[in-house]
Ligand binder design. Structure first.
Ligand code: ZN
Length: 381
């Protein structure tokens, strides 16, 4: 379905993240729109003036007060001379410009070059060549990476051009260097730039990881065991890029023992919660936890049930223990975030087998917690 070009232009203007992107919109969206018009004679010289103002703004990558004045008067003239869409786009643009200049957006850690290139079809296009996309505060850019529309394309024929892109989605543990067809030397300099980026970007834009490294030949990415680590992977094809950035992730995954007793306890515990029998639910969840002490989420349930049953002190104690246990298990690589396809290796550390056999290791300091759970399981108050 072809999208309405006018609507598309208005959206591009109103969604521009910062002043720099708003300036780029003049070249990537407004100019091609103006070029496709068949204007009445009365509007032609005004449109020519507009193109001149835009070219000078793009050249300088800066908007002067006289540029703003010029855009304002062009908007008024175009409305009078039968080009209302462009007039409206300019008014929206000026309003957005004022808003973004007075209320700057927070750093989103994404960078692009505004480039002008000659396409084989004969069109000269302005385009945004993204060098770094960080998905943290930019779901719009994440969507464009997932949909494959992040790369610059010719405004005439639509042909896409593939420039190297460093894509960071810290929540998914994805640090992808998309660099098809570059030689080793160029790749090394892209990698250095990517590692420098991780080192210097604000902590909230890298999920507080403090280290990064390159994983050669590793069919990643995955996260969880490498919570404190940004593992950078090279991606050489569009297909692989698309596959990685769109695949479902499973958060807080862990290996579990399948057995009938545990299954039954879980079912009955949840039924008890439904009935509001919180003391009984706590007892059943406690028995379930003792079958596999790595189940921090079950520990959490016991805490909630006890609180609901009126024992706030025990409830808080176990809830807090559940949160600490989750962190510990993630650090020990027992709990991890993984990919739904399971095509990438999941860690299976020896400690999980130890937990299944003997319970949580003594040196982790959970004796008091497990003792309290045993009391709950035995039905002691
Ligand atoms: Zn073209």
């Amino acid at each position: 379905m072809k999208r309405d070009p006018t609507k598309q232009l208005f959206e591009a203007v109103t969604n521009a993240y910062d002043v720099y992107e708003l300036i780029a919109v003049l070249g990537t969206d407004l100019l091609p729109f103006v070029e496709r018009l068949s204007p009445p004679v009365a509007a032609q010289s005004v449109l020519a003036d507009l193109v001149g103002v835009i070219e000078s703004i793009l050249e300088e990558v800066e908007v002067s007060p006289s540029d703003l004045e010029a855009l304002r008067s062009v908007a008024v003239l175009l409305a009078e001379r039968g080009i209302p869409d462009v007039a409206t786009a300019l008014h929206l643009w000026l309003r957005r410009h004022e808003l973004l200049s007075t209320n700057p957006q927070r750093d989103c850690g994404s960078e692009f070059d505004l480039v002008r290139f000659d396409c084989a079809c004969g069109t000269r296009s302005w385009a945004t060549a993204w060098k770094v996309v960080n998905a943290t505060y930019r779901p719009d850019l994440q969507e464009r990476v997932q949909g494959g529309t992040i790369f610059p394309s010719c405004s005439g024929c639509g042909t896409q051009y593939y420039a190297p892109l460093f894509y960071c989605d810290p929540d998914r543990g994805e640090y992808l260097l998309f660099a098809p067809g570059v030689d080793e030397e160029e790749f090394k300099s892209l990698l250095d730039a990517a590692m420098g980026y991780i080192q210097h970007v604000p902590a909230d834009l890298r999920r507080n990881v403090s280290n990064s490294g390159y994983y050669q030949g590793f069919p990643g990415p995955w996260l969880g065991p490498i919570d404190d680590f940004a593992a950078i992977f090279r991606v050489d094809s569009l297909e692989l890029l698309h596959e990685i950035v769109t695949e479902d992730l499973i958060y807080d995954a862990q290996a579990s023992q399948v057995n009938l007793e545990a299954y039954g306890l879980g079912v009955h515990a949840r039924e008890a919660v439904e009935r509001g029998a919180m003391g009984e639910a706590a007892r059943l969840f406690a028995r379930l936890f003792l079958t596999d002490q790595s189940q921090f989420n079950v520990l959490h349930e016991i805490g909630s049930c006890l609180r609901a049953a009126g024992d706030a002190a025990s409830g808080d104690f176990l809830t807090d223990a559940a949160m600490r246990l989750r962190e510990k298990l993630r650090a020990e690589k027992v709990v991890y975030d993984g990919r739904a396809s399971n095509r990438y290796p999941s860690p299976s550390p020896a400690v999980i087998v130890e937990i299944w056999g003997r319970g949580l290791p003594a040196e982790w300091g959970y004796e008091a917690v497990v003792a309290r759970v045993r009391e709950v399981a035995d039905g002691s108050p």
